[in-house]
Design a protein around this ligand. Structure first.
Ligand SMILES: O=C(O)CCC(=O)C(=O)O
Length: 431
C-alpha cells in the first residue's frame, strides 16, 4: 500500500516530493540500499499501532523544521516488522556464531605471557604453609612455577654458558663422536628432536666423570674447567631438586612428607641436558618449533633459559602461554612420574620451545627422576579417601623404555604419556 502523507507542517518542495516518491518505491523494493541513506524514518508515535505508523522524513537523524511526517498502514508495516525481526534474529545468530568462532580461534592461536608464582628457595622448609598456596595452585593448574634465591650465582651461569657455546660451535663430526651411534651417546644431534635442536647430556650422581667422558672426546683444553663447572652445576641442581620434592610433598599434605620422602624419593637421581637451539634465518618471518610439544618423564625438571625466551606451556584447554625468561629466576615443572605418583594431584603439562628470533638460544634442563627399579604407585594417603587410584603400579624404567622405544626419530613422543602407559580406564573399573 502506498504511503499517505499527513501532518504536513510546511509545503513540500520539489526535492522532498521527489524523495518521497523514491522512498515509496524503496519501501516496496526492500533491498534498495539507497533507502537508509536518503531518508531517516523515525517512528514518532504509536509504538503499538492499530491503524498506522507515522514517520518523520528528514534529511537528518532527528525531526527538524523541514521534516515531513507520513503514515503507513498497520498491516503493511506489521509485515515489514515481521521481515525485519527475522532479519534481525538471523543477524544476531550470525553475530553470535562469529563471536564464538573468533573467541575459539583467539583461544587457540594467540600466545600470551603466563604469570607464574615465584617461590623463594631461601625460605626454610618449615615456612608457613600459606606461602605455598599460590605454588600449590600453579602445580595443579599448570604444573609449572618459578623459583628465586636458588643458590646458583650469575658467575656460575656465565661459565656454563661460555663452555656450552664452545662445545656447540665444534664441528659436527667432532660432536657426532658422542652421538646416538657412539658408545657414550651423550650428544643428540640436529634432526632427532628437531632440525634446530642439539643437546649434550651429563648424568649424576657423579657429574664430573660423566662430563669427563664427553670432554675427553670434545676438547683438548678446557677439559678440567668443563668438568668442574658441570659438576658444580649438577650438584647444585640435585640439592635444589631434593628441596623442591619436599615442598611438593608438603603441598600434597597429610603431614606425611618426611615419611614419603624417605620411602619413595630418597634414591632419586638427576641428569642435566644442555640444549642449543639454532633457528633458521627465515625465523623472522615465521616462528619455528625448536622443541616439539612434550611432557617430561621426570619427577621434576628445573630449567634455566637464556634471555632469548621461547618456552611455552599448554593450558588444559589447549592454549599456548609463553614463560618469559627472567633474571635470576628458574622454571620448575612437574614431570610424568610425579603426576602418576600424586594420582594426578600435580600436573605434568605439555610444553614446547618456539623460536622467534634469528639468534642462538641456550637452555639447561635438569631432570630429577625415580631410580630405575622404583615401583611407582600412589600411596593411599595421597590418593585420599573417596578417590580412586588412576594408575596401575609400574616400574619407572619401564615407562622410560616405553617412551624411548617409540618410533625412531621421535624424541619425546606426543601421545605416549604416562596416562597411556599406566592409566586405569575408569570406565573399565566401573563396568
Ligand atoms: O629449552 C627449554 O627451555 C626447555 C627444554 C625442555 O623442555 C626439555 O629439555 O625437555
Amino acid at each position: 500500500m502506498p504511503l499517505d502523507h499527513t501532518n504536513k507542517t510546511a509545503p513540500f518542495d520539489r526535492g522532498y516530493k521527489k524523495q518521497l516518491k523514491r522512498f515509496s518505491k524503496c519501501r516496496t523494493k526492500e533491498s534498495d540500499p539507497r533507502t537508509p541513506a536518503l531518508f531517516h524514518p523515525l517512528i514518532v508515535s504509536n509504538p503499538f499501532p492499530q491503524q498506522s505508523y507515522r514517520f518523520f522524513l528528514s534529511r537528518y537523524n532527528f525531526p527538524s523544521a523541514e521534516s515531513r511526517t507520513c503514515s503507513i498502514s498497520a498491516d503493511k508495516l506489521s509485515h515489514q516488522y515481521a521481515v525485519a525481526t527475522q532479519v534481525l534474529v538471523l543477524f544476531l545468530v550470525f553475530l553470535e556464531l562469529f563471536c564464538m568462532i573468533s573467541f575459539y580461534a583467539a583461544e587457540n592461536m594467540s600466545e600470551t605471557v603466563l604469570e607464574l608464582p615465584v617461590l623463594d628457595m631461601s625460605l626454610p622448609l618449615e615456612a608457613d604453609q600459606s606461602l605455598l598456596a599460590p605454588v600449590a595452585d600453579a602445580c595443579r593448574k599448570w604444573g609449572f612455577f618459578l623459583i628465586t634465591n636458588h643458590g646458583v650465582s650469575e658467575e656460575l651461569y656465565s661459565k656454563v654458558k661460555n663452555l656450552c657455546k664452545q662445545l656447540f660451535s665444534l664441528p659436527p663430526d667432532t660432536k657426532l663422536k658422542l652421538g646416538p651411534f657412539s658408545s657414550v651417546k651423550s650428544y643428540t644431534p640436529h634432526f632427532i628432536a628437531s632440525p634446530f635442536f642439539e643437546s649434550l647430556r651429563v648424568s649424576g650422581p657423579d657429574f664430573f666423570s660423566s662430563a669427563q667422558s664427553s670432554a675427553d672426546v670434545l676438547f683438548d683444553q678446557q677439559k678440567q674447567e668443563f668438568c668442574n663447572v658441570l659438576e658444580e652445576y649438577g650438584s647444585k641442581m640435585a640439592d635444589l631438586s631434593k628441596k623442591i620434592v619436599q615442598i611438593m610433598l608438603k603441598i600434597l599434605g597429610e603431614g606425611s612428607e618426611n615419611k614419603y620422602y624417605e620411602s619413595d624419593f630418597k634414591n632419586c637421581h638427576g641428569y642435566l641436558r644442555v640444549n642449543n637451539y639454532s633457528p633458521p634465518e627465515t625465523v623472522e618471518n615465521q616462528e619455528v618449533e625448536g622443541l616439539g610439544q612434550h611432557t617430561d618423564m621426570s619427577c621434576i625438571t628445573i630449567v634455566y633459559q637464556d634471555e632469548i625466551g621461547g618456552l611455552q606451556v599448554r593450558s588444559q584447554s589447549g592454549k599456548w602461554f609463553d614463560i618469559s625468561p627472567r633474571e635470576e629466576i628458574l622454571v620448575v615443572n612437574i614431570g610424568d612420574l610425579l603426576q602418576a605418583w600424586s594420582n594426578d594431584r600435580l600436573r605434568s603439562s605439555e610444553h614446547r620451545v618456539m623460536l622467534k628470533a634469528p639468534r642462538n638460544r641456550l637452555s639447561l634442563a635438569f631432570f630429577w627422576c625415580f631410580e630405575d627399579d622404583k615401583a611407582v604407585t600412589s600411596p593411599d594417603e595421597v590418593v585420599g579417601e573417596g578417590s580412586v587410584k588412576l594408575y596401575k603400579p609400574f616400574r619407572a624404567v619401564d615407562y622410560i623404555k616405553f617412551r624411548e622405544s617409540s618410533d625412531p626419530g621421535k624424541f619425546e613422543k606426543v601421545g605416549f604419556t604416562v596416562k597411556g602407559f599406566a592409566g586405569i580406564n575408569q570406565l573399565d573399573v566401573t563396568q
